[in-house]
Design a protein around this ligand. Sequence first.
Ligand code: C2E
Ligand code: CA
Ligand code: CA
Length: 398
Amino acid sequence: MTVSSISRHRYLVVDDEEFIRALVARILETSGATDVRKASGGAEALGSIDAEGAPDIILCDLNMPGMDGIEFLRHLVERNYGGGIALISGEDKRILETAQQLGRAQNLNILGFLSKPVDAAQLAELIGRSEVGPESRRSRPGVSVKASELRAALAEDRIAVHFQPKVAVATRELVGVETLARWHDPERGFIPPDVFVAVAEANGLIDALTERVFSLAMRQGAAWRAAGLDLKVAVNVSMDNLNRLEFVDFAVGTIREAGMDPHQVVLEVTETRLIANVVVPLEILTRLRLKGIALSIDDFGTGHSSLEQLKRIPFTELKIDRAFVNGAQHNETARSILESSVVLAQRLGMTVVAEGVETEEDWDLVASLGVDLVQGYFVSRPLPPDDLPAWLAGWTQA
Ligand code: C2E
Ligand code: CA
Ligand code: CA
């Protein structure tokens, strides 16, 4: 960690304790930082971000009167903040771990924690991580797409789909696949779906994207079915797709046309986006369910009103977010969220899926907890449709 890499960034220090604010700012400035802003609480910090732009790194206390650190993080998610975040706390490790899990699950780039009293070495080490830091799942600096580029890709049928296997833990049997949108641009290379899905949502293109992905998925599912491979095919839908009642007719029509059965179709809905106005989506989801389509609550554990949603919407499947699966063996907080989600889903009679199973250790843990289905790199990466038979042959043999 060099002084110059500290000096390159813009900072915002958020802490209600004047002493800590001054101390952290002082350490940064001594290391060469010239742009260090300070705020005494979450509201002031958000005001500063809105007025003067987002800093590269936010150093934020968790325990503050008024808006606490967790609530502050949620506001950063709403603002699509893509910079680094260091959490400062005098609290015990469990609270810090939980805050870190929650932040990462919401795609924030949490660099790690600083425990009070903050010292220079600790701070330098943490900021060093922002250069190589954990990959943010939503905001990837450097990759950005224009709505016009996405519109053209959609119009020219350049959005493809890959499929990731979902297997039964008890029998290792292939039960279904999740459809994941893929956009490989000849000039720019691979563009991550979370990047272009966000662009689609913000620019009125999400219905076109979902319709394209859904149609491709149904056609592929029917082709597998004709070849004797009966799979459940899951498609991700955005909350924005569930604001139009036509969606039900579109889904049912496309399933029929392709020659699929509604009972083979799963719609994965991301919980964090289920919050605002639920009346129309609720009606749509209930009607889809009545047609026999399965409904999965995606990224479970990362939202704020999970239990509320579970009571209201007739979900049949619960997908536990990978933040609580991968490496859970070594993280007490993740493991307890994982365990309680499994128990909850079982009580409600839902199928439980663990995503992000990357190692045999992850597999063994979820198997011992009674998870039904597993998805993750340990089983397979998302595959182009033509590669599925070869993967299946290898998996069945192993
Ligand atoms: P998701 O629905 O949670 O999909 C699972 C993501 O986790 C996929 O990323 C998959 O490649 C990745 N993954 C699978 N197994 C593992 C693992 O073991 N370890 C790790 N670290 N990652 C794993 P991908 O394809 O980049 O998609 C990211 C997100 O983009 C999806 O998250 C989904 O929210 C969104 N997305 C993708 N396709 C569509 C789509 O057609 N429509 C909508 N609305 N969203 C989509
Ligand atoms: Ca999903
Ligand atoms: Ca997920």
